[in-house]
Design a binder for this molecule. Structure first.
Ligand SMILES: NC(=O)c1ccc[n+]([C@@H]2O[C@H](COP(=O)([O-])OP(=O)(O)OC[C@H]3O[C@@H](n4cnc5c(N)ncnc54)[C@H](O)[C@@H]3O)[C@@H](O)[C@H]2O)c1
Length: 379
């Protein structure tokens, strides 16, 4: 970018807690988060190295009173782009492993006046709220956010078991369990409850976005919006479009991802999108080496860690994800895409799932596990 002073989405890369850094520009959110300043990075670097501490809530004020304010002001007015917030209000459906994180990052981005957090049953709603509170407590302890900001952001979340509360939100992100029948029921109901303006985004890992878009009755206002676990830490979000997604809706989705401090990548509605389409077949290939007695569990993992720089070997990762999860993802793909040769289930995976050895969650998979702690290989 930058030669012609145009800002493109791909130029913005999330970097620090406080600012979004592109190759050449920093994007600093305004206090009220309704606009953003794009400032040449060279200017900001000199400030970061100097006395100014950037913080999302105070950087503008600090800049305005510093000796560097003229530089910032001139760069702002000469080469900035003003970005307005994509959605005034957001709804999060399902506050489980993924949903509580999505709700938290949405509310704590400060971009929304309201985040409606919906679970069908009170006990799961309470559990989701507890999860968010625990995560926020840690952030306050580590001084990543102030107790005051934490309270304000928590105050923006409306916890409810009443689906009607989603009626007037601008964007709904759904993260209920991966079951197409359940999602059909949900999207059919939501399509009727929400206003026509509302855009829907599903966090599904493996289901067809087009199928869910059809259930919603508004296929042009439907996206895949695929976060990674843990949502609070993982920076990338896959944004998935179907043949029917309105380009303006897609742009809003991409912009929202950036507004909540993540990096968006765009993908068509295909099995596994980008990450899982590469990752899951790789896990299956690593299990094939075990089936064929080509290498040990430990050596497969060491090879991929040290040979490819992966933080975790594929068999360790499969155990971590859950062998049943891996199994059902591939099984679903095999049924839907029977001619795709990359989609197959290795014998060892089939056997372990049948035995109930599902990895970390059952204490045994390719490795022994004691809670979160991995032991030695079973083989
Ligand atoms: N677990 C992962 O690593 C991961 C990663 C990316 C995407 N996903 C996707 O995110 C979605 C959620 O996965 P998860 O791991 O958070 O599951 P989870 O089981 O931890 O949470 C699902 C939540 O949905 C709630 N729920 C179920 N039916 C509901 C309904 N009708 N209305 C409202 N809430 C309902 C449940 O009570 C539960 O709290 C799935 O589509 C999954 O494919 C999961």
């Amino acid at each position: 970018m930058t030669e012609n002073n145009q800002l493109y989405r791909t130029d913005i890369i999330v970097s620090t807690d406080d600012a979004i850094i592109g190759d050449h520009y920093l994007l600093i959110e305004h206090e009220k988060h309704t606009v953003a300043m794009i400032v040449p990075r060279t200017v900001i670097n000199s400030i970061v190295g100097g006395r100014l501490k950037l913080s999302s809530s105070s950087c503008i004020q600090t800049a305005a009173t510093s000796s560097a304010s003229n530089m910032i002001a001139s760069s702002f007015f000469s080469s900035t782009t003003v970005v307005s917030s994509s959605f005034e209000s957001v709804g999060c459906i399902g506050l489980g492993l993924m949903g509580h994180g999505i709700c938290q990052v949405s509310a704590f981005s400060g971009n929304h006046s309201k985040v409606v957090a919906f679970e069908k049953e009170q006990q799961f709603l309470d559990a989701g709220r507890e999860r968010i509170l625990k995560s926020v407590e840690k952030l306050v302890e580590k001084e990543k956010i102030s107790a005051d900001d934490a309270e304000k952001s928590m105050g923006r979340i409306v916890f409810t078991t009443d689906m009607d509360a989603l009626h007037d939100v601008d964007f709904v992100v759904e993260a209920v369990i991966e079951n197409i029948d359940l999602k059909e029921e949900l999207y059919t109901a939501l399509g009727q409850i929400c206003q026509p303006k509302t855009i829907f985004g599903s966090n599904t890992s493996s289901l067809s976005i087009a199928d869910m878009a059809a259930f919603s009755g508004r296929p042009d206002r439907f996206l895949g919006i695929h976060f990674f676990n843990p949502v609070q830490l993982m920076k990338v979000v896959e944004v998935i479009k179907t043949d029917q997604t309105d380009p303006a809706v897609l742009e809003k989705g991409l912009k929202w991802v950036e507004e909540i401090g993540k990096v968006s990548v765009l993908c068509d509605d295909t099995p596994g999108f980008i990450v899982n389409r590469i990752l899951v077949p790789m896990l299956m290939q690593s299990m094939t080496l075990i089936d064929r007695n080509i290498a040990s569990v430990k050596d497969v993992d060491v090879a991929m860690k040290l040979g490819c720089g992966h933080p975790m070997g594929p068999l360790h990762l499969a155990d971590y994800i859950g062998l049943d999860t891996c199994y059902y993802i591939v099984k679903g793909w095999m049924e839907k895409y029977p001619n795709e040769k990359d989609f197959f289930i290795p014998n060892c995976l089939e056997e372990m799932v049948q035995e109930g050895d599902l990895g970390r969650k059952t204490g045994k998979g390719f490795y022994y596990w004691d809670g979160e702690k991995r032991g030695g290989p079973v083989q």
